[in-house]
Design a binder for this molecule. Structure first.
Ligand code: SF4
Length: 372
């Protein structure tokens, strides 16, 4: 007689970090922070019968009863006599887009070129950056050109202007519902307005200039998203630089605005697909977080989109020259009480190598988390 086993849902993934772990629930687009030891418990449950699991629970066994209660209450899996009938999710990332994200600084009469590039490269997300000028007519003309395009999302950035008001932006959105966001930079104040009742489309005003700093970490806990596409891509690719292309007003082709390397010029390209063979194109695509110092020890590594430029140390090892806002060795953000920098934790990561003192980190964690 076959025995029922616990089977974790294929879309539920435990991800181990240095100090704690996260259960990614891709189906519910949710995540649960868990102790690393909970992952061992989940694996144990998948290999044992219900009776064996019950025997393993405290006070008789080694696992806390709360682990079992949490697993059942959150419905991370189900009981089945045929667990092999439920294959795991395929984590091989593939995309029909040659370029998934295109950032284009709109300049002069380029509209037909732009539409052509988006179509030929099968761009999924387009981010347009306008400069000063007749913004109302430029915006309308450009956005109309993408009506009926296969784009999934369109973001539009421009310098703040009194002539661009909410009724005008709502009107543009009505014409082209692919627009996910309008961003006005150099605005007199920060603010967000929603352009629809579902709050799915925004108008963001920011006092910041349009400035991309390769060393400024933009990652924060509010920017995370649990999403199956991102999760699968981040297993083997860089979730920010992979298949991204930036074209500035001089026509220079770069990976992203944070990058200084120019690998070609728009004016020299006859067919957009030519760019796929240019030297330097895609050089950061496969720099996954699992190959990058610090990030590989972080439980957020598959929900995080990090714009810092990774640097190559050789042998498939990468590092950053500036720290993230999160320290995974002590599970603290830099705006939380008890935060310590990597330097204070004596974690070193640079062109020479990576080093840390595990005993020191363990003592720090005891101090930080026992106090909390
Ligand atoms: S340490 Fe790396 S993976 Fe973790 S939040 Fe920061 S950038 Fe993301």
């Amino acid at each position: 007689m076959s025995v029922a086993r616990f089977k974790r849902f294929a879309h539920v993934f435990p991800v181990k970090g240095y100090n704690r772990a996260i259960l990614y629930d891709l189906g519910r687009k949710a995540h649960f922070i868990i102790p690393n030891s909970f992952i061992g418990f989940l694996e144990f449950c998948e290999s044992k019968s219900k009776e064996e699991i019950e025997e393993s629970l405290q006070p008789k066994g080694i696992y806390p009863l709360e682990y079992f209660q949490f697993m059942m209450e959150k419905e991370f899996g189900f009981w089945t006599e045929t667990p092999d009938f439920f294959p795991p999710l395929n984590l091989d990332w593939q995309s029909p887009s040659h370029i998934t994200n295109l950032i284009w600084d709109v300049e002069g009469e380029q509209l037909s070129t732009l539409v052509d590039w988006v179509k030929e490269l099968n761009v999924k997300a387009l981010h347009l950056r306008f400069s000063e000028g007749n913004l109302r007519s430029e915006l309308r003309k450009t956005i109309q050109a993408f009506e009926g395009s296969p784009l999934r999302s369109l973001e539009v950035a421009f310098p703040f202007s009194e002539v661009i008001d909410l009724p005008f932006l709502k009107d543009l959105l009505y014409d082209n519902p692919r627009i996910s966001m309008f961003i006005a930079h150099d605005a007199p104040a920060d603010g967000v307005d929603y352009l629809d009742e579902r709050k799915a489309h925004f108008y963001i005003q920011t006092r910041s200039p349009l400035f991309y700093d390769p060393n400024r970490c933009l990652v924060n806990r509010y920017s995370f998203q649990v999403d199956s596409e991102l999760f699968i891509e981040a297993q083997s690719h860089h979730s920010y630089f992979n298949r991204k292309l930036y074209i500035n007003t001089k026509g220079e082709l770069r990976n992203a605005p944070e990058c200084t390397t120019v690998f070609g010029n728009l004016n020299d390209i006859k067919n957009p697909k030519e760019i796929l063979t240019l030297a330097g194109m895609g050089s950061l695509d496969q720099v996954a977080k699992s190959k990058t110092d610090i990030c590989k020890d972080c439980e957020f590594r598959y929900m995080c989109v990090d714009n810092r430029l990774p640097k190559d140390r050789g042998n498939q090892q990468w590092y950053h020259s500036s720290p993230c806002n999160y320290n995974p060795y002590i599970s603290k953000w830099n705006d939380e009480p008890g935060f310590l920098s990597l330097e204070e934790c004596e974690v070193k990561s640079n062109g020479q190598g990576f080093s840390m003192d595990e005993d020191k980190i363990s003592a720090l964690n005891q101090r930080i988390w026992q106090k909390a």
